[in-house]
Each structure stands twice: as C-alpha cells, then as structure tokens.
Design a protein around this ligand. Structure first.
Ligand code: SAM
Length: 192
C-alpha cells in the first residue's frame, strides 16, 4: 500500500515557504571547508547543500522523497541519492562531514538514523544535527501544527538527541539560537 508522503506533495513549493538562507552559521558549526565528502542527510531540495558545494570535495544529498530530490536536481554540483537515513548505501567512514537539517524529527527511527550516520562518518569527522528547539514555545506550537497535519513528526529536545549520540568515540555539544538548536558531534580520530 502506498503511503502518502507529505514531502512528495510539498516538493514543488517547499522553498517558497522555507526559503534558502546563507550558510555562514552552519559553515562555522560544521567546521567547513574540508577536502573530503559531505553528506546532507534528509537534504530534500538541496536548499542548504547548494551553498556548500565549494566547501567540501563532494556534496551528496540523501533523501527518501524522489520529488524533493527532483527539485535538488535543478541545482548544479550536487550528487543525489534516494535513500532513507536508517539504511544508507555508503561504506563505513565515507564522509568527513555530515549535516542533517530540520529532518531528524521526520524520520521513522531516530536512533537507527543517528547510528547509521555515525557509521558513515569518518574518524576525525563531524556530524551536525539542526532541529527546531523543542524547549521554545514557538517550536512547541510547530510540533502541534505538524501533528494536526498528520506529519508523523516526532520532535526531540537537543539533550535527547545528544543522548542518542552516546557513542564511546563521540564528543557532543549543544548550541542554540532563539528557534533552532544544533547538536554537534565530533568523532575521535583514532582508536580509543
Ligand atoms: C523539512 S524537510 C528538510 C529538508 C532539508 N534538510 C532542508 O533543510 O531544506 C525534511 C526532509 O527529510 C526527508 N525525510 C524524511 N524521512 C526521511 C528518512 N527516513 N530518510 C531520508 N529522508 C527523510 C523528507 O523527504 C524531507 O525532504
């Protein structure tokens, strides 16, 4: 049975409502530029990745929605992969940087997703998860609105995301603005 995918439906108008934005804060948080590959997990239309093309050796957008990726295909210089984040078609340690922007609350299995992102992150690499900060009133309203729209969203507070990144080789910190929070996880460079 086909499951209705909100993002397939929203894809053509997505960036009208969620416009592209300058990447300066993200570039600093992700420690860019790097020589290696960058994965934008749940990267959708490439709204964010398009600004990072000259900041990494390769920029790959992985997303479940073919329609979101079709929008991304109109932006040059991105490699697109149709995959769910719970099982990525990449080898261990393939990426020097991984970002996941506004997507973790949409995936079905958050623990599995973060474990998979950690697997494909290279030793010495960095993962940045950006999410609306559930500790703020505005995001509590957003979470309610997405529930009413039957979006299957499941928001986690930044501390809950950090707890899921409790890997022995992870060093995790949290940054926050008035709306978003970033969980930044560095993977140890060598054997522990
Ligand atoms: C709110 S959009 C964010 C897109 C992009 N990161 C941005 O900031 O513009 C969430 C994205 O997550 C994708 N998504 C949801 N569940 C997913 C999963 N399990 N695996 C991969 N992508 C998923 C959706 O298709 C959608 O493109």
């Amino acid at each position: 049975m086909a499951i209705f995918d909100h993002f397939d439906f929203l894809a053509p108008i997505y960036e009208t409502f969620i416009p592209a934005r300058g990447p300066d804060a993200l570039v600093a948080l992700a420690g860019l530029p790097v020589h290696g590959a960058l994965l934008d997990a749940g990267g959708g239309t490439g709204r964010v990745a398009q600004f990072l093309r000259d900041k990494a050796g390769n920029v790959i957008v992985a997303d479940l929605s073919r329609k979101m990726l079709a929008e991304a295909s109109q932006k040059e210089g991105l490699r697109l992969v149709n995959s769910h984040t719970e099982g990525l078609p990449f080898s261990d340690g393939a990426f020097e940087r991984i970002i996941m922007i506004d997507a973790l609350h949409h995936v079905i299995d958050q623990r599995h997703t973060l474990t998979e992102l950690w697997r494909v992150l290279a030793p010495g690499g960095r993962l940045v998860v950006e999410e609306p900060d559930l500790r703020t009133f505005g995001v509590k309203l957003l979470a309610l609105a997405e529930k009413l729209a039957l979006m299957r969203s499941h928001f986690l507070a930044p501390t809950q995301i950090a707890a899921l990144l409790d890997f022995p080789d992870a060093r995790v910190r949290i940054e926050a603005s008035s709306f978003n929070a970033w969980v930044v996880a560095d993977k140890a460079a060598g054997r522990l």
